[in-house]
Write a protein that binds this ligand. Structure first.
Ligand SMILES: *Cc1c(COP(=O)(O)O)cnc(C)c1O
Length: 460
């Protein structure tokens, strides 16, 4: 039985993990390599050299299960890590649960940028600085990644140039100010700064932008300048690996609660926070036959895992990145401007997609009104205000608990509360004044974007 005298577990600083977990060697089946879109040959480290420092490229392709966390990175992690893990006692009460269904959440909103993103922004800034890079470019959706990287660049004395998806640039002015406070330059994307941006603006002057478009812009600048690297906030292996500090801490904390999750839940935009939370648990399922369910949650407006196609696709809209094997909605899919800006990406991390394809991970999509209803119920019970993205995980965790209560089954639910919603007040305002609508995604719209998938490799 779990400890009933504890609400949260706060680990000592000395218990911050000293190595990240790399799931690559443990994944089921042969890994599918990323492909060069021109030759359809596997992409080698040399192909990535214009964009990333060698140390991160080596991590990207590494098959070492554990990767040591450098000392200077640990020194920064110490500012907010280990993050606390809570038993959601008051939420359980508000749902009428009596202890047979238990809900736990890991709280990543305690970082300076307010989300899990600094877990990878800090090491990426560190490795680039070590490699002699002067400036980083990146894209940002809701502004979470842009702020995290701006902060990390400030700490390692790097310049930072951020392309922010236009709809968020307009909806979330304060994220922009936060980035500028940390010293970054911020452009609304599509912008006139790059050829990729100018092309989009010519075709659709009113474009609200997308992560895919913003990536094209940031990549273009990094590719053209030797002293500039590109930094990606999700999707890639090294990003997912850096995020595993979340799950590694959570495992220790669940042990301290003397409880074990039956289901691990997280929201998925590109997959990094959920990978970070779930992979250290999946390690036990893959290697030691542990029993556990995994549930990835996404918005109905951008249903990559639940309605996408498993195929090779570009990571960006302009088609400049390597082709990655993943569930995708098509690289030029532009999702409706839902408030969970961080979940508006057409693809997902190949490792996570592989686990869904293998049937080990489940996926579920929610419309935004029930998601905000869950966020408000959570805030009224637990106090913390979820970002619109992790509110998807809150919704799913509540529904898991209620379904188990209905079936009179014991169920231990763990989810990642990966960021706060303090910059999302206009979204909460829209919800509280009944102005939030749900946007159904028509099958024709989905098929139209999927029709533009690049040519697929032929089976050997
Ligand atoms: C970026 C972000 C996401 C989506 O990205 P993942 O890589 O899927 O984690 C979700 N929630 C928050 C708070 C974010 O900042």
């Amino acid at each position: 039985m779990p400890r009933d005298d504890v609400t949260k577990i706060v680990l000592d600083e000395s218990e911050i993990p000293t190595a990240w977990y790399n799931i690559l060697p443990d994944l089921p089946g042969e890994p599918l390599p990323p492909l060069h879109p021109g030759t359809m040959e596997p992409v080698g480290p040399a192909d990535l050299a214009p964009l990333f420092p060698e140390s991160l490229i080596m991590q990207e392709v590494s098959t070492d299960r554990w990767i040591d966390i450098p000392g200077p990175v640990l020194d920064v992690y110490r500012l907010w890590r280990p993050s606390p893990l809570y038993r959601a006692r008051r939420l359980e009460q508000s749902l009428g649960l009596a202890g047979k269904q238990r809900i736990y959440y890991k709280w990543e909103g305690v970082s300076p940028a307010g989300s899990h993103k600094p877990n990878t922004a800090v090491p990426q800034a560190y490795y680039n600085k070590e490699a002699g890079i002067r400036r980083l470019t990146t894209e940002t959706g809701a502004g979470q990644w842009g702020s995290a990287l701006s902060m990390a660049c400030a700490m390692f004395d790097l310049e930072c140039e951020v392309f922010m998806v236009k709809v968020s640039f307009d909806q979330k002015p304060y994220r922009r100010v936060l980035m500028r406070t940390w010293g970054a330059t911020v452009h609304a994307s599509p912008s006139k700064e790059t050829q990729a941006g100018r092309n989009i603006l010519e075709a659709s002057p009113d474009s609200t932008g997308s992560l895919g478009i913003a990536i094209s812009e940031a990549v273009e600048i990094a590719a053209q300048n030797d002293d500039t690297s590109y930094a990606l906030g999700s999707v890639l292996n090294h990003v997912c690996t850096h995020q595993t500090v979340i799950g590694l801490e959570a495992k220790k904390q669940m042990e301290a609660f003397e409880d074990k999750p039956d289901v691990v839940i997280g929201c998925v935009g590109g997959g990094s926070n959920y990978a970070g939370m779930s992979y250290p648990f999946a390690m036990d399922v893959l290697n030691d036959n542990a029993q556990m369910r995994f549930l990835a949650v996404e918005p109905e407006a951008c249903p990559t895992l639940t309605r996408g196609t498993y195929a090779y696709d570009f990571g960006d809209t302009a088609g400049t990145t390597p082709l990655m094997p993943m569930y995708t909605l098509g690289h030029d899919f532009v999702p409706a401007p839902v408030h969970a800006g961080g979940l508006r990406y057409h693809g997902d991390a190949p490792s996570l997609c592989g686990l869904v394809k293998a049937g080990m991970y489940e996926a579920k999509a929610y419309a935004q009104v029930p998601v905000f209803e869950a966020a408000v119920q959570f805030a009224r019970a637990e106090g913390f205000l979820p970002g619109p993205e992790p509110a998807h995980a809150v919704r799913a965790a509540m529904d898991e608990a209620l379904a188990a209560r209905e079936a009179d089954e014991e169920r231990v639910i763990l989810f990642n509360l990966c960021g706060h919603g303090h910059f999302d007040m206009s979204a909460y305002d829209a919800h509280l004044s009944g102005k939030l609508g749900d946007v159904a995604l028509a099958e024709e719209e989905l098929q139209a974007a999927l029709a533009n998938l690049p040519p697929q490799p032929q089976p050997a």
